[in-house]
Design a protein around this ligand. Structure first.
Ligand code: SAH
Length: 345
C-alpha cells in the first residue's frame, strides 16, 4: 500500500481512524497545539484577520473558514478578539472543514460560547464562494504524503508492506518511479535519500488559492515544517507526547509529516494567490505583539495563572520549543496590500 493511502487510513478510517476515535488534544491526549497552549495564539491571528478585513474594504459578509479545527479553540479565540472591530464580527459567517463527526460536536460548543453558529464541510471545495479569511493550524501535517527513496540513479516509491519477520514495514516498489514525478529539488541527492511529496496537500492549497483569485481574502497556515524544499524523511507517529513507531498501535497514534512550505507556496501561487514570505511562528507572534498581550494577561492573573501564562508564552515563541520549527505562511488576493508583519522582508 502506498504511504499516502496508509496515512489516510490511519487518520481517517471511518471507524478506526485516529481522528474519528481518539482524544488527541491536551495534556491528557497525545499532543498540545498552539491554540490549546495559549489563548494568545488565536487572539493575535484574530487581530491579524480584523486588519485584513479593513484592508478588504470591510465587506458586508465574509466567510471565516478554518480547516482542521480540532476542538475549535483557535476559532473561539479569534472571534473573541474580533470584538475590537464590531463590524467585522457582524459580517462573519463561520465555516469549518472537518472530517471527524466527534470533533464537530466539540467545535459547535466552542463557537456557541462566543455566540456563533457554524457550518461544516467535509472538503474545502464545499465551502461557499465569496470573500474569505481562512486559517489552518496543524492542518496540512495531517494530509498524507508519498515517499520515494533513491537507489542508484533511480527513485522507487516506498510502500507499506509485510517485511521478513511478518511485521508491517517499509518496502520499496520494484519498479522505478518515472522521473517526471520526482521534484527537481531532489536532483543530485545522495543514494538512499528520501523525497517526500504531498499531491493532495498541493491540490487543496491550489483550490484555496483559486478562491483567493476569484474573491478578496487572505489565508494563513501554521505548521511544523521546513521553509525550503529538500530531501528529508519526516513521517512520524506520536502518542501521549512521545514519538511512536508508525506501524504500532495503528489508529491510536497520530501520524503526520513536516510541511514542505516551499511546495505549499508554489501550489498557492499556481492557484492564483499572492504568497507572502514564510516566517517562523516566534517571529510572527512577536511582531503581532505577544509580549504586550502576555503582560496584559499577567496583570489580571492569579499566581497559578501567571505560571501557566509565562510557560505557554515561552512554548509558543522560544527557539527550542515551537518558535522556530513552526512556520507561518500567508497568501492573499492580488490587489490587497501585503499585510503586516509579512510586508517587506
Ligand atoms: N487546528 C487544531 C487541530 C489540529 S489536528 C489545533 O491546532 O488544535 C488536525 C485537525 O484536522 C483535526 O481537527 C482533524 O480531525 C482534522 N483533519 C484531519 N484530516 C482532515 C481532512 N482530510 N480534512 C479535514 N479535516 C481533517
Amino acid at each position: 500500500m502506498p504511504i499516502d493511502q496508509y496515512f489516510g487510513l490511519v487518520l481517517g478510517h471511518p471507524q478506526y481512524g485516529y481522528y474519528m476515535s481518539q482524544q488527541p488534544f491536551g495534556l491528557e491526549g497525545d499532543f498540545i497545539t498552539a491554540p490549546e497552549a495559549s489563548q494568545m495564539f488565536g487572539e493575535l491571528i484574530g487581530v491579524w484577520f480584523a486588519s485584513i478585513y479593513q484592508a478588504m474594504g470591510s465587506p458586508k459578509a465574509v466567510n471565516l473558514v478554518e480547516v482542521g479545527p480540532g476542538q475549535g479553540v483557535l476559532m473561539a479565540d479569534m472571534l473573541r478578539a474580533a470584538k475590537v472591530m464590531p463590524g467585522f464580527r457582524d459580517a462573519v459567517k463561520v465555516h469549518f472543514v472537518e472530517t471527524s463527526r466527534r470533533l464537530r460536536e466539540i467545535q459547535k460548543q466552542a463557537v456557541a460560547r462566543e455566540g456563533f453558529n457554524a457550518q461544516w464541510h467535509d472538503n474545502f471545495s464545499d465551502v461557499p464562494e465569496g470573500a474569505m479569511l481562512l486559517a489552518g493550524n496543524e492542518f496540512f501535517d495531517a494530509i498524507p504524503i508519498k515517499q520515494f527513496e533513491k537507489r542508484g540513479d533511480l527513485w522507487h516509491e516506498r510502500f507499506v508492506g509485510v517485511s521478513g519477520d511478518d511485521a508491517l514495514g517499509f518496502v520499496l516498489s520494484p519498479d522505478p518511479t518515472p522521473a517526471v514525478l520526482i521534484p527537481s529539488w531532489a536532483d543530485g541527492s545522495d543514494d538512499e535519500s528520501i523525497a517526500e511529496v504531498a499531491p493532495v496537500r498541493s491540490a487543496i492549497a491550489e483550490t484555496m488559492a483559486e478562491r483567493l483569485a476569484a474573491a478578496p481574502g487572505a489565508a494563513i497556515f501554521i505548521d511544523y515544517g521546513h521553509a525550503e524544499s529538500g530531501v528529508v524523511d519526516t513521517l512520524q507517529a506520536m502518542r501521549v507526547h512521545k514519538f511512536a513507531d508508525v506501524f504500532e498501535d495503528i489508529g491510536y497514534c497520530d501520524l503526520t509529516s513536516h510541511v514542505d512550505f516551499g511546495e505549499l507556496g508554489k501550489a498557492l501561487g499556481r492557484g492564483g494567490a499572492k504568497v507572502l514570505p514564510v516566517m517562523t511562528q516566534g517571529d510572527f507572534l512577536r511582531a503581532m505583539g505577544i509580549e504586550a498581550r502576555a503582560q496584559q494577561l499577567l496583570r489580571k492573573a492569579t499566581d497559578e495563572q501567571r505560571d501557566a501564562i509565562s510557560f505557554n508564552h515561552a512554548r509558543l515563541v522560544a527557539d527550542e520549543q515551537m518558535g522556530t520549527l513552526f512556520k507561518v505562511m500567508a497568501a492573499i488576493s492580488h490587489g490587497i496590500a501585503a499585510p503586516y508583519p509579512f510586508g517587506e522582508m
